[in-house]
Write a protein that binds this ligand. Structure first.
Ligand SMILES: Nc1nc2c(ncn2[C@@H]2O[C@H](COP(=O)(O)OP(=O)(O)O)[C@@H](O)[C@H]2O)c(=O)[nH]1
Ligand SMILES: [Mg+2]
Length: 206
C-alpha cells in the first residue's frame, strides 16, 4: 500500500503548468491525453486540491480572496493526463456579467472539450450543496459526462457532521445514476482523501 502511494505521488509530481486560457477552444491539443477537471464554487479549495494531488506546493495559486481565477488553467501530469483548474462559480462579489461569462466558459468547456473523461465537483463540507451546484450537476449529467464529488475542508467539521453531510449529498446523487461515480472526503493539509483521488485520476489511463 505504502509503495503504491509513493509511486502515485512520484507519478503526479512530474507536472507542468501549460497555461491559462479564456476559452476551451484555445486549449492546445498536444496529443491525445486523458483529461479531468476540478470545478466548484469560488473558494471551495480547487487549487489547493490540485497542489495536494500533484504534491507540488505552488503549482496552482491558492487564494484567501474568492473569485480570483477567471480562466481555465491547464496542468499536465507526466505527459499523460491533463488536470484542469476551472474558475469558481457562484461568487457574489463579481459583476453579474462576469458571473454569467464564467458559467458559459465552464459549461462550454464541459460540453465541447474532447477527451474530458472525468469531472470532480468540489463541495465545501461545511457549506454543503447549493443551487448553483445542482445546476452544474444537471448540466454535467445532460452532457453525459462522468463526475465525482469531493467534500473539501473536512477538518472544519466533526466526524458526525461529515457522516451527515455525506449521507445527505449521496441521497441527491440518486438523481444522477448514470453519471455520478464516487464521493471523496478531503483535507489538503493532512492529505486525507488525496490518495483515493490520485488513484481515480490515474485510473483514467486504463
Ligand atoms: N481548513 C482547510 N482549508 C482549506 C482546505 N483546502 C483549501 N483550504 C483553504 O480555502 C481557501 C481557498 O482555497 P483555494 O484552493 O484557493 O480555492 P479555489 O478558489 O477553489 O481554488 C484557502 O484559504 C485555502 O487555504 C482544507 O482542506 N482545509
Ligand atoms: Mg483557485
Amino acid at each position: 500500500m505504502a509503495d503504491t502511494n509513493r509511486s502515485l505521488n512520484s507519478f503526479f509530481n512530474v507536472n507542468r503548468f501549460v497555461g491559462s486560457f479564456n476559452s476551451y477552444e484555445k486549449i492546445p491539443y498536444t496529443e491525445v491525453k486523458k483529461e479531468c477537471c476540478f470545478i466548484g464554487r469560488s473558494n471551495v479549495g480547487k487549487s489547493s486540491l490540485l497542489n495536494a494531488v500533484t504534491k507540488t506546493k505552488k503549482l496552482a495559486k491558492t487564494s484567501k480572496t474568492p473569485g480570483r481565477t477567471q480562466s481555465i488553467n491547464v496542468f499536465e501530469i507526466n505527459n499523460k493526463i491533463n488536470i484542469i483548474d476551472l474558475p469558481g462559480y457562484g461568487f457574489a462579489k463579481v459583476s453579474k456579467v462576469i458571473r454569467e461569462n464564467l458559467i458559459v466558459l465552464i459549461e462550454e468547456y464541459i460540453q465541447y472539450r474532447k477527451g474530458l473523461d472525468h469531472v470532480f465537483l468540489l463541495i465545501d463540507a461545511k457549506v454543503g450543496i447549493k443551487n448553483t451546484d445542482i445546476d452544474m450537476m444537471d448540466y454535467i449529467d445532460n452532457c453525459s459526462k462522468n463526475f465525482s464529488l469531493v467534500l473539501t475542508k473536512i477538518d472544519k467539521i466533526s466526524s458526525t457532521q461529515r457522516e451527515f453531510q455525506k449521507k445527505s449529498v449521496l441521497s441527491i446523487m440518486k438523481n444522477y445514476k448514470k453519471t455520478f461515480q464516487n464521493i471523496y472526503l478531503s483535507e489538503t493539509k493532512k492529505n486525507n482523501g488525496i490518495n483515493e483521488i490520485q488513484k481515480t485520476i490515474y485510473g483514467l489511463l486504463k
